[in-house]
Design a protein around this ligand. Structure first.
Ligand SMILES: CC(=O)SCCNC(=O)CCNC(=O)[C@H](O)C(C)(C)COP(=O)(O)OP(=O)(O)OC[C@H]1O[C@@H](n2cnc3c(N)ncnc32)[C@H](O)[C@@H]1OP(=O)(O)O
Length: 211
């Protein structure tokens, strides 16, 4: 089967993990990585850094498929900027999904979202654009997750949770079923969210409280 070409925008650790997922998925041929000029001429896992942001118009005119492979720990400003820039240039954003992830056929994953190894998205859940559902994250039934969110490694989002845009749920965090988390919020690693988060900010601990 002929593979579709795809460009990776953003090098680094998360990009290396996404490469592994794309190779496992087997549907796309990675053309190369776009990042800062200083990386030009280097390689990541055998793939060349082929250009920087200013090269995107030319690259996207040739290769439509793009995945934003920049990670998100605190700020996702650059991830959002790169998504919007590449979208304005006519990019197409496939859903990247590890074959070891379970994504219910009764769920919906929006363009540009990456579902990493061993993640689970259960029935009637909806995930927005340009999200990272990281390794072993669990999104249970009837959840709604906005755009540009990161559900970190082994985060547990229980049934019927609602999460806004630009939200980072830290590694091993737990959201009790039915809680709502407002946009632009960070839940620190290991946080337990026991009630709605109505004010944007950074919350940590069990029960999670504003830092
Ligand atoms: C594949 C991958 O790698 S995916 C990456 C997944 N990464 C994560 O999940 C990490 C998520 N990030 C965190 O948990 C961060 O610690 C944040 C965003 C919550 C806070 O980061 P910062 O703002 O830099 O906070 P900082 O490190 O300065 O700590 C401030 C205080 O909060 C405490 N704190 C920080 N994080 C946590 C946490 N997760 N739980 C409890 N307390 C915490 C610190 O001990 C410190 O306390 P002190 O003031 O009493 O000394």
């Amino acid at each position: 089967m002929e593979k579709n070409p795809i460009l990776l925008v953003g090098g680094g650790g998360h990009c290396a993990s996404v490469i592994d997922v794309i190779e496992s998925q087997g549907a796309y041929q990675i053309i190369g990585i776009v990042d800062k000029e200083e990386f030009k001429g280097q390689q990541l896992l055998g793939y060349n850094y082929i250009g920087e942001d200013k090269d995107l118009p030319d690259l996207i005119s040739k290769f439509k498929n793009v995945v934003i492979t920049l990670g998100m720990i605190k700020s996702n400003t650059l991830r959002v900027k790169l998504f919007n820039l590449t979208k304005s240039l006519g990019a197409n954003f496939p859903v990247i999904k590890s074959p070891s992830a379970h994504v219910s056929r009764y769920s919906k994953i929006s363009p540009g979202t990456v579902v990493m190894h061993h993640a689970i998205v259960n029935s009637h859940s909806k995930i927005g654009e340009n999200c990272i559902i990281n390794t072993k994250a669990l999104i249970e039934h009837d959840c709604i997750i906005g755009n540009h969110c990161h559900m970190s490694t082994a985060a547990t989002v229980n049934g019927s949770c609602t999460i806004g845009d630009n939200v980072m749920i830290g590694s091993n965090s737990v959201l009790l079923n039915g809680v709502k988390v407002i946009s632009n919020t960070i839940i620190g690693a290991g946080g337990v969210v026991v009630k709605n988060v109505d004010v944007a900010g950074t919350l940590v601990g069990n029960p999670a409280k504003t830092l």
